[in-house]
Ligand binder design. Structure first.
Ligand code: FES
Length: 178
């Protein structure tokens, strides 16, 4: 009974049946292999999830320690034209911000992560608002309030100051960075 299936079939039939060539694993072995593969797959997925969760936790823990650094230049003088925007890294936070030049001497800046699910918001010059392409959300450029879409909180507004040599980040004006 422990003979390989091919040998047993050859003893029974004159030629090995076609199905036996294609499926040369015995049914009980097939179940064992499947169970082993399934357990291996589960182990790998569990390990991946555990590693990913630990990574996200450590990253958020690391980030929460850092505070925004005031007085850092984020844009050079006239680096962007009126009506244009530029993304930048919020000093000390490793988080993206977005600055928009509203007129010659007025700049506004916000944390660039959407308050819904953290997609980056983009400046739409034509529409005159900050839009989130992920789920069609939008924020007012004047103060970051929600105009429409799924976000429930305004964008965190950043305090900036215009100097002769550029635009400086001063801190978080309202809301909180993640
Ligand atoms: S992530 Fe911005 S609307 Fe959903």
């Amino acid at each position: 009974m422990n003979e390989p299936i091919q040998k047993r079939l050859k003893n029974k039939f004159s030629a090995l049946p076609k199905w036996a060539e294609d499926f040369s694993i015995e049914a009980n072995q097939d179940k064992n292999v499947s169970r082993r593969d399934f357990i291996r797959f589960l182990s790998l997925v569990s390990f991946g999830l555990l590693t990913g969760t630990a990574g996200v936790f450590l990253k958020s823990f690391y980030k929460s320690d850092s505070a925004p650094v005031s007085g850092v230049k984020i844009l050079g003088a006239n680096e962007i034209a009126v009506g244009e925007s530029r993304s930048f890294t919020i000093p000390g936070k490793r988080e993206p911000g977005i600055a928009v030049r509203l007129n010659e001497n007025t700049y506004v800046a916000y944390g660039q992560k959407c308050t819904h699910l953290q997609c980056p918001v983009l400046w739409s010059k034509d529409a005159g608002k900050l839009v989130c392409p992920c789920h069609n959300g939008a924020f007012a450029v004047e103060d970051g309030r929600v105009l429409y879409g799924p976000p429930e909180r305004p964008l965190p507004q950043l305090d900036v100051a215009v100097q002769s040599d550029g635009v400086y980040f001063l801190g978080v004006k309202s809301g909180s960075l993640t």
